[in-house]
Design a protein around this ligand. Structure first.
Ligand code: MG
Length: 326
């Protein structure tokens, strides 16, 4: 009986839609919770007490001017990418570059948001807005700005080959280093494999294989993150690192996701309190969790208190509809 229900096309479509919503909500929830610890050391985070509810970021953090439940540039850029894919019925590098340049100019002119745009993104956005082509605008610094926004590519495309090539391309206007491209590929492939509910081993295998085409070190570090999923967080975060480097944020997110694969709440709390670039680690972790388990996997309080939850849900539904139509 159970098998018959699962095979029903309407049931499957509804389930898939809930996973799209879960992915986008999860990314924003992780981002909004993680911003409260962004840039703090793990020691300082643990000393101050683990964060599991929305609040303000302390003075000195990039998100110090944001309200409780308000997300940062990670989710804003993810929404920019999703909007471009929806409107263009696929990834269009020219359209996306124009939109990210406009988003960045607006964010940098906004007194509340200007500190959220990382240095790599800020330089790239200035270059794009000065007329430099997307081919030459991106920073060579391997930070995680393109990985944290990449989920919509994994949601929209089904073919892993298309996801790989478009995720890598989507990185180039702001982050053109091989490591950043590999990070974007890993995040988007991970989301698609989570949507497909492949085994954890298979998800990591595909992710490592695709990311390694751009950067072998990224693949190796994601493999370590998975192999050490049962080791203590202090040890693993110390080994992997949690800084703004894409070689640290992306593997640490895969560690949090793999360690608590059946508990999205625990996975996100682990990421939020990792120390370092906590909004991005938790954003990527949340996207993976939501893609695997769907929107109902998160505590109601996290959804209720989230900024723009209706926009996120609507965007996820539009992305789902655009993906089905293509
Ligand atoms: Mg951020």
């Amino acid at each position: 009986m159970k098998n018959i229900i699962i095979e029903d096309p309407e049931f499957r479509a509804e389930k898939l839609k809930r996973k799209y919503i879960g992915c986008m909500l999860g990314a924003a929830i992780g981002d909004a919770l993680g911003k409260q610890n962004e840039g703090c050391s793990r020691e300082a985070v643990l000393k101050a007490g683990r964060i599991s509810v929305y609040g303000r970021a302390p003075e000195g953090c990039p998100g110090e001017k944001l309200r409780a439940g308000q997300y940062t540039d990670d989710t804003e850029q993810m929404l920019v990418l999703a909007g471009s894919i929806i409107d263009r019925s696929g990834f269009d590098i020219i359209d996306f570059s124009e939109r990210i340049a406009k988003w960045g100019a607006d964010a940098m002119a906004d007194p509340v948001k200007k500190n959220l745009v990382g240095p790599s993104s800020a330089q790239s956005i200035l270059r794009l807005n000065s007329g430099i082509s997307w081919k030459g605008s991106g920073s060579d610094i391997p930070t995680c700005g393109s990985a944290m926004r990449a989920a919509p590519i994994g949601l929209f495309y089904e073919s892993l080959d298309e996801i790989e090539s478009f995720a890598a391309l989507s990185s180039i206007p702001t982050h053109k280093s091989p490591g950043s491209q590999a990070g974007a590929v890993a995040a988007a492939i991970g989301v698609r494999c989570a949507l497909n509910e492949v085994t954890a081993c298979e998800l990591i295998r595909e992710t490592v294989m695709m990311a390694s085409k751009y950067d072998v070190l990224m693949g190796e570090k994601i493999k370590i993150a998975f192999n050490k999923k049962d080791n203590r967080p202090d040890e693993v975060f110390n080994e992997l690192g949690t800084s703004y480097s894409v070689y640290e944020t992306v593997p640490s997110a895969f560690y949090c996701f793999s360690r608590h694969i059946e508990s999205p709440e625990m996975a996100i709390i682990e990421a939020v309190n990792a120390g370092g670039d906590t909004d991005s680690i938790a954003c990527i972790t949340g996207a993976l969790c939501g893609a695997l388990h769907g929107q109902s996997c998160f505590p109601e309080k996290w959804i209720a208190g989230l900024e723009n939850k209706d926009i996120l849900i609507r965007t996820a539904i539009l992305l789902f509809e655009a993906s089905v139509k293509k």
